[in-house]
Design a binder for this molecule. Structure first.
Ligand code: A2P
Length: 341
């Protein structure tokens, strides 16, 4: 099935989950990029209905999300969790709106494009009403890998992530703040959102465990890049760790190529790639750091060096703001692809 309805030049845009960490960032990105919406409709649970949220200098009313919320909507940006996306999918699509979904509910479904605009923008037009926004750690990795594979084909990737609390939404960020205060005050730590203490700790588990001992987050980082890069042959080994950082994810990435590539060639590939910012100067101790890049839009790379233990190996470090390129910005960029040219 394909989608025949045209998106108007000034669409009505719903933000489903507008009071959440990603939803708030979606509103900010729509505003900052001057997205040509004729109206923006913030939707959340009944708990938030009637509150207001600032957008373009005014306060706009948050409405309760119901099946009827999408009747006058052209594009619905969703970030209210997978269960809500699944529940609302038919209502959104039957209303003639395009759902751009930040959850993992539909990412691997046939017929649902999984889009990173710097990598596979053409896929966005092949939808049947739903387009999926990839996992946050996947997005920044494929932006970087896509740049490198223009210089040499990629055989295998080993990635270890250092993922911020923002990946667990507002409650995750609040838990990091709260526990940090409790820790410094020598009080007992309140643990709710994460399985263990996150302040002054690292948790080698993100999402649930699968039967083979990996986690679902690690599985997402293996299967999603293959779909986005349209290359089922790339071997990926992912290790995902939650760290006490507020909102930028970092990744140490080891790539084995099928052909020789020098560090200088890799540096050049990054320097000229859309969406990538090269920050790589050991002499001046320059490399990207998650604590200093919150609020930025790029995918930052540094610490480039050869991996001498394999033929054609390269190591690098990659940082991006999880709430922006890892979620809200990527979703709004997808919405921009839908606008009439
Ligand atoms: P609310 O603030 O009213 O609970 P985060 O991932 O940062 O925790 O944000 C989750 C977002 O999803 C929030 O905007 C939240 O709204 C929204 N949400 C959660 N449950 C529902 C629901 N049942 N219906 C609509 N929106 C929901």
């Amino acid at each position: 099935m394909s989608w025949s309805k045209e998106i108007p030049a000034n669409p009505v845009v719903a933000v489903a989950g507008a009071t959440g960490a990603v939803g708030r960032e979606m509103l900010l990105v729509l505003e900052q990029r001057n997205f040509p919406a004729s109206r923006v409709k913030p939707l959340a649970s009944a708990r938030s209905a009637g509150t207001t949220i600032s957008f373009k200098g005014s306060e706009i009313l948050v409405e309760e999300m119901t099946p009827q919320s999408f009747d006058d909507v052209d594009i619905a940006l969703f970030s209210a969790g997978g269960a809500i996306s699944e529940k609302m999918r038919d209502d959104v699509v039957n209303a003639g709106a395009v759902m751009i979904d930040n959850s993992s509910a539909f990412r691997m479904e046939d017929g649902v494009p999984l889009v990173v605009p710097e990598v596979n923008p053409e896929a966005a037009t092949m939808h049947s009403g739903v387009i999926a926004n990839p996992n946050c750690s996947t997005i920044q990795m494929v932006v970087a890998l896509s740049a490198l594979r223009k210089a040499a084909p990629i055989k295998r990737v080993v990635v270890s992530t250092y993922q911020a609390a923002s990946g667990a939404g507002v409650q995750g960020m609040n838990e990091l703040y709260g526990q940090t205060g409790e820790f410094l005050a020598k009080e007992p730590l309140t643990v709710n959102k994460f399985a263990h203490q996150i302040a002054f700790n690292c948790i080698p588990q993100i999402d649930v465990f699968l039967d083979d001992g990996t986690t679902k987050e690690e599985w997402k980082m293996v299967v999603e890049p293959k779909k986005i890069l349209d290359d089922a042959a790339i071997e990926i080994c992912a290790n995902c760790v939650r760290v006490p950082v507020l909102r930028c994810h970092a990744e140490m990435i080891n790539v084995e190529f099928a052909a020789p590539i020098s560090v200088d060639q890799a540096r050049e590939a990054f320097a000229t790639a859309p969406g990538v910012t090269l920050m790589d100067d050991p002499a001046s101790l320059t490399y990207p750091m998650p604590g200093l890049l919150a609020g930025t839009d790029g995918t930052f790379v540094g610490r480039l060096r050869k991996d001498p233990t394999v033929e054609n190996g390269l190591n690098f470090w990659c940082v991006a703001d999880q709430l922006r390129k890892g979620a809200a910005l990527n979703a709004v960029q997808i919405a921009e692809l839908l606008l009439p040219s």
